[in-house]
Design a binder for this molecule. Structure first.
Ligand code: TEU
Ligand code: CA
Length: 521
């Protein structure tokens, strides 16, 4: 039976980076039983969807995004019995569970790759992308890996290169091969049979590659000191990313997952707004993460411009985030300290009034800056370690994350950054986020009523009305006033303390870098 509204309308999601969330057995690595112990917290916070990052068997070159068995649980994260228990505990609390599916590449240790590599003339070979060397013996084309160096590694035995848009230990699947498509249908079905409510699709924009493996045009010079992401950005990725036939794969998945039942949420990094919107057209993905706000520094003019155009191109199709496990935390990116927190909250408050499903990344609700590493980098591209340090539960050893030694060596967080301390402090970020999540429940107009943008002369001010709710985001460094068409209003939420506000006029005063949610009568 199909209900009129997809179940995720009005929902708020929460990303659990499994390695660093909660360790139940003292081996220093977060696990599924650990997540179970924190579900009451997530429910209390107001989370509707729990997204679990990969917990599948994996040699761990990319912390689980190199999968060697798509239908299993790595012993470091628990057992399949633990997974089933977690699903039932999540459902028992009226929440939903989303798992990651990683279709662009497998682990180098996946049995498919072992077969493909060992028998160059066998049918299994075609599951991956192989090519002969260029005439000079080098890589077949100029494609780069996101993580540095060429996107090709030579298999000496066969004399051919395999393609990998990430690490060499993450060989890319050949999505032009029907066998690969069939396998993933079965993988989705396998997890749906275990009760998952949605899939987050890793690098959804990259599955199909140019059939002729043509060179990408280079758009900027390369130099040795470039970070891999900068080198990657020095090319026009017209032949390795965002090929039009990517969408066919998700149209097929839509059939497998059923309309409006199992949510398909893509990690899509395509040109916006039109390129992004194609992935969430009817019959394909339900939503796509719009990751730009999670990648940028504080540039509110650009942020608001992207937000308006992206929202209008796909009003219900964008999942709004400023944080995930791949980039420095927003408090840090947006200027650090109180300013970083205030800006993060102002933006997230605005996100709560848009179509699509906003997601928080673990610890965002505590206003955390990046963690500070004590040892070497663990991440192949270094910049992702600071957001992956353990979730600070309390002021005990390792902030209560583990009774053993955490997999990542980082400084203990100060007490006021912990869940235990913030729960007892009504003015702490945790309570601000909790009230914010609660708004979607107490004021369903915020996501249900038709959205109408309100004019503002200032490009750093964004205002919208949805039924009885008006949201005004003042992202400028100066206070501002905003004219309403009614003098009957009250503030139902403010992203920071605004003190006593007179509501006897039709002008509302908004402090700098603050978003207000108003109810009008
Ligand atoms: O990230 C994909 C990814 O790295 C891109 O979004 C990239 O950041 C962007 O294109 C910059 O050019 C996903 C996972 O979230 C990440 O943790 C994995 O390492 C990666 O895929 C590979 O599976
Ligand atoms: Ca553990």
């Amino acid at each position: 039976m199909q209900s009129a509204e997809p179940w995720w309308h009005g929902a708020v999601g929460y990303e659990v980076y499994i390695r660093s969330f909660a360790d139940s057995n003292g081996d220093g690595i977060g696990d599924l039983p650990g997540v179970i112990t924190k579900l009451d917290y997530l429910k209390w916070l107001g989370v509707d969807i729990v997204w679990l990052t990969p917990f599948y068997p994996s040699p761990g070159h990319d912390h689980g995004y190199d999968v060697s068995d798509y239908c299993g649980v790595a012993s470091r994260h628990g057992t399949i019995g633990d997974f089933d228990a977690l699903v039932s505990e999540i459902h028992g609390r009226g929440m939903r569970v989303m798992v990651d599916v990683v279709p662009n590449h497998t682990s180098i240790e996946h049995p498919w790759f072992s077969s493909a590599r060992s028998d160059p003339s066998g049918p299994e070979r075609q599951r991956y992308i192989w090519a002969d060397p260029a005439p000079d013996g080098g890589p077949p084309n100029n494609w780069l890996s996101h993580f540095g160096g060429p996107a090709w590694t030579l298999d000496e035995a066969s004399g051919q290169y395999w393609c990998h848009l990430f690490l060499s230990e993450q060989p890319d699947l050949n999505w032009r091969n029907p066998a690969v498509r069939d396998d993933f249908d079965a993988i989705l079905q396998w997890w749906m049979d275990r009760g998952v409510d949605g899939f987050r699709v890793d690098v959804a924009h990259a599955l199909i590659k140019d059939a002729e493996l043509r060179d990408n045009p280079q758009t900027a010079p390369l130099h040795d000191s470039m970070h891999p992401f900068e080198a990657f950005a020095a090319f026009d990725h017209r032949h390795d990313l965002d090929q039009p036939s990517n969408i066919e794969i998700f149209e097929r998945w839509r059939q497998v997952c059923g309309p409006q039942q199992v949510m398909l949420l893509g990690e899509v990094n395509a040109p916006w707004p039109g390129g992004m919107a194609r992935y969430v057209a009817p019959g394909a993905l339900d939503q796509a993460f719009f990751l730009r706000p999670a990648m940028m520094g504080w540039d509110p003019g650009l942020l608001l411009q992207m937000l308006r155009s992206m929202h209008d191109a796909a009003p219900e199709g964008v999942s709004w985030v400023i944080s995930n496990h791949d980039r420095p935390r927003p408090v840090t990116r947006f200027g650090g300290g109180e300013a970083g927190l205030q800006r993060s909250l102002a933006v997230t408050t605005l996100f709560m009034a848009l179509g699509g499903t906003p997601f928080l990344y673990q610890g965002e609700e505590l206003g955390l800056p990046d963690g500070v590493l004590r040892g070497d980098h663990y991440d192949p591209v270094a910049i992702r370690d600071g957001c992956r340090t353990p979730m600070p539960w309390d002021a005990g050893p390792y902030n209560g994350f583990s009774a053993g030694t955490p997999w990542i060596d980082s400084e203990t967080r100060p007490q006021k950054q912990t869940v235990a301390s913030q729960r007892d402090e009504p003015s702490a970020p945790l309570h601000r986020y909790r009230s914010l999540l609660g708004l979607r429940r107490s004021h369903p107009d915020m996501w249900q009523a038709p959205l109408q943008w309100l004019d503002s002369a200032d490009p750093l001010v964004c205002a919208l009305r949805r039924g009885s709710i008006t949201v005004v985001a003042n992202l400028s460094p100066e206070p501002t006033s905003f004219g309403l068409d009614s003098s009957g209003w009250q503030i139902v939420y403010s992203s920071q303390e605004v003190g006593s506000v007179s509501n006897s006029s039709d002008i509302v005063l908004i402090p700098a870098e603050t978003t207000l949610v108003l109810k009008t009568s």
